[in-house]
Design a protein around this ligand. Structure first.
Ligand code: SF4
Ligand code: SF4
Length: 383
């Protein structure tokens, strides 16, 4: 079966295995078919050897968290993330993965009003104790939220879909921090309803391309687009590759993680008394392994908390993986257990995480989390 993978990309893997220790699914299973090397080998066998798509092969592909920790570990620069996204796109197109209910579940993400209605219903169900624990919804989903108001046109703040519906207070904190640094902020709201990251992970790349095209058409081409969700930022920085146009490349070049942006403008932030907290930094995979700007989180947070502490697990995934924690709860839980051990050893007061999915997944295990922007905002607003 042709997976439509670039032969050069596929053959760039020399099967050395140096990526294996970085792979969370290999670490918790010890199974070669759950490793990057094993998955690439199966891609080859399917594409070049016409091997059948057995349940085992599909399971190998479906259990990949798409954390991309294997990429920085790879001396041959194998573009694993793109190989896996392309594989999933081909398999989804053929109806081998991503069943109909999943496709239906993704639909409201591109329609903010539908998402608000669904979230309000979920909020009521959650308060009535009707939401299954396996969904890992740690915090209470808000029934209604205050709208964000534009304060200027220096930068866009991407607000997105689920995060805006469930964690708008993080956007509000980020906006206040940007304003304290002197930037006028336009929240993107309906201009950019969804980045398409979850859809791309599920193999629904055409949906992502459509959302990318909407966003590119709606956002003025003259200003930076700041993102406070690591997964969304990584997806938007990849539009150039996904769409393959100069326009998309130019758009992606305007996308910055919010900490990445602020780290370059630290001198503009007011000084404040540091919060009396020992904060452990949890690096979302798509900030550390994909965007590779996780150093900025530390640079921005350090002046505003008493102490930053590193986890001793070399940035291993927490198991959230977008919708992964819902689709693969056992593996996601086993991966999270390793992260919980690292957090316990660091003995923090709380954990800073720049990705909503990681926060929810850790929160579901009773870890107190906050977005880095919430901590900076809290320090700036101390009286
Ligand atoms: S993306 Fe993550 S889970 Fe998938 S093979 Fe690479 S390291 Fe393993
Ligand atoms: S992906 Fe890279 S590190 Fe992993 S086996 Fe292939 S060449 Fe080696």
């Amino acid at each position: 079966m042709d997976l439509h993978l670039d032969a050069e990309d596929l053959n760039s893997c020399v099967q050395c295995g140096l990526c294996l220790p970085a792979c969370p699914t290999f670490r918790v299973t010890g199974d070669e078919s759950m490793s990057p090397r094993g998955r690439i080998q199966l891609m080859r066998e399917v594409q070049d050897g016409d091997a059948p798509l057995t349940d085992e092969v599909l399971r190998s592909f479906e259990t990949c968290v798409q954390c991309r920790a294997c990429e920085p570990a790879c001396p041959s620069s194998v573009p694993y993330g793109h190989l896996m996204e392309r594989t999933r796109e081909t398999l989804a197109d053929g109806g081998h993965i991503t069943p109909g209910w999943q496709r239906v579940a993704f639909k409201p993400l591109a329609h903010p009003q539908l998402l608000q209605i669904g979230s309000a219903a979920l909020s009521v169900a959650q308060r009535a104790g009707l939401v299954p624990k396996r969904l890992g919804l740690s915090a209470e989903i808000p029934f209604r939220q205050e709208p964000l108001t534009a304060s200027g046109t220096d930068v866009y703040l991407f607000t997105g879909c689920v995060m805006d519906a469930w964690q708008r207070e993080v956007h509000a904190a980020g906006q206040r921090v940007l304003e304290a640094a002197g930037f006028g902020v336009t929240p993107t709201a309906e201009l950019a309803p969804c980045c398409g990251a979850l859809q791309a992970h599920a193999g629904l790349a055409d949906d992502t391309r459509g959302l990318a095209a909407t966003m590119m058409a709606n956002l003025a081409p003259d200003r930076p687009i700041l993102v406070d969700s690591a997964g969304c930022g990584a997806a938007m920085k990849d539009y150039g590759h996904l769409l393959g146009t100069a326009e998309a490349e130019a758009f992606s070049a305007r996308v910055f993680d919010i900490q990445e942006w602020l780290a370059d403008h630290l001198d503009k932030l007011p000084q404040a008394r540091p919060l009396d907290l020992r904060v452990a930094v949890q690096d979302p995979c798509h900030l550390r392994h994909v965007q590779r700007v996780h150093g900025a989180t530390r640079a921005v947070l350090a002046p505003f908390v008493r102490e930053l502490v590193e986890l001793d697990d070399d940035g291993m995934c927490c198991g959230a993986g977008g919708a992964y924690s819902v689709l693969e709860p056992e593996l996601a839980g086993a991966i999270r257990d390793r992260k919980l051990g690292a957090i316990d050893r660091a003995t923090p007061d709380l954990v800073a995480s720049a990705n909503p999915g990681c926060s929810m997944h850790l929160g579901a295990a009773d870890v107190e989390t906050a977005h880095p922007m919430e901590l900076v905002d809290r320090a700036l607003r101390q009286v």
